[in-house]
Design a binder for this molecule. Structure first.
Ligand code: NAD
Ligand code: UDP
Ligand code: UDP
Length: 315
């Protein structure tokens, strides 16, 4: 079995990926600096002989021996990536250079966790991989969006220049257990607010849209992408094409938690994309994949996770 490195492995998506890979029989090396991830996300894997954890910041070189690299290290929520924007760009760009340098030395296959944010506030809908995006290079989201765009450039230049085996996945909004409760992302925010009986904060008028993918579906697509033939590089969209307004999401969370929370309106953050929906035709064709867990089902599992967390915190 290939030995796999997962950077950002103690984060939300990374921890699910490590778990799935260990379950498939891989030796997994998880690298994380715990900026937004936590030991508790991977606590259940510690002690498993196939799992190893290393505290390390990917902006510094890393010398290990692996066969595959999933590069997920990067804060993903606006609150976290805007906390230290210079470090966010460094993580995407220097982190990509180091992981690509590592992949080059050990001849590993390497997958980049890119994002729908490379499309910015899109002018075409739904978004296809051939769309180049509509991104503000000097705004508050730029450290993340442009950092990820530059990382994609580096991946494709290492592929063209050095013949690396690369895969680039563009992940659309994903949710599920182990999301950080205070990272400001909309699904975790609404659930935590609803369970606490607090106001549900809709930014703007709540008519902007997102398409939400449950984490298990996403991880399946990521692993399938890693295992595509070597001549397939992506970029490939992965996400759930079912689109909802943020207001619809709020109403669904309130109904499912039977909460008394009220919907309140707050200012829309700058550069907040108006609408977002992946075109997943390529993923359907190349991976034979499409999401299987609908929003209601995924929200149920996520609500039950946060309920458990809140109860544990209250004890
Ligand atoms: P997350 O914040 O939970 O995970 C990111 C992990 O990277 C954390 O464990 C963090 O501690 C670690 N990290 C950050 N900087 C690091 C550094 N310099 N060195 C080592 N580790 C570092 O976020 P997530 O939602 O799990 O996102 C994982 C990846 O997927 C990110 O690259 C993100 O951009 C991408 N992505 C996520 C989504 C989504 O909806 N969740 C959407 C698009 C793209
Ligand atoms: N690198 C790393 N681990 C390795 C090999 C390289 O972290 O096993 C880093 C190294 O620090 C370098 C970067 O990856 O700065 C890019 O490596 P590459 O070989 O592409 O370029 P160069 O070493 O010529 O700068
Ligand atoms: N949002 C909201 N209330 C919140 C958190 C987010 O209305 O408490 C909105 C936000 O303005 C955006 C959408 O929900 O339009 C998704 O936000 P998130 O930060 O989860 O993801 P992204 O904007 O990066 O897609």
């Amino acid at each position: 079995m290939p030995k796999v490195l997962v950077t950002g492995g103690a984060g939300f998506l990374g921890s699910h990926l490590c778990e799935r890979l260990v379950g498939q029989g891989h030796d997994v090396l998880c690298v994380d600096n715990y900026f937004t991830g936590s030991r508790s996300n991977i606590a259940h894997l510690i002690g498993n002989p196939r799992f190893e954890m290393m505290r390390h910041d990917v902006t510094f070189p890393l010398y290990v021996e692996v066969d595959q690299i999933y590069n997920l290290a990067c804060p993903a929520s606006p609150i976290h990536y805007q906390f230290d924007p210079v470090q966010t760009t460094k993580t995407s760009v220097h982190g990509a250079i180091n992981m690509l340098g590592l992949a080059k030395r050990v001849k590993a296959k390497i997958l980049q966790a890119s994002t729908s944010e490379v499309y910015g506030d899109p002018e075409i809908h739904p978004q296809v991989e051939s769309y180049w995006g509509h991104v503000n290079p000097v705004g508050v989201r730029s450290c993340y969006d442009e950092g990820k765009r530059c990382a994609e450039t580096l991946f494709f230049d290492y592929w063209r220049q050095h013949g690396l085996k690369i895969k680039v996945v563009r992940i659309f909004n994903t949710y599920g257990p182990r999301m950080h409760p205070n990272d400001g992302r909309v699904v975790s925010n609404f659930i935590v607010q609803a369970l606490g009986g607090n106001d549900i904060t809709l930014y703007g008028d709540g008519s902007q849209t997102r398409s939400f993918c449950y984490v298990d579906d996403l991880i399946e697509a990521m692993i399938r992408t890693m295992n595509t033939p070597n001549d397939f590089t992506g970029p490939i969209n992965i996400g759930n094409p079912r689109e909802f307004t943020i207001r619809e999401l709020a109403e669904q969370v309130v109904a499912m938690t039977r909460s008394r929370s009220r919907l309140v309106f707050a200012p829309l953050p700058s550069d907040d994309p108006r609408q977002r929906q992946p075109d997943i035709s390529l993923a359907r064709a190349v991976l034979g994949w499409e999401p299987t867990i609908d929003l209601r089902d995924g929200l149920e599992r996520t609500i039950s996770y946060f309920r458990g967390q809140l109860m544990a915190a209250a004890e």
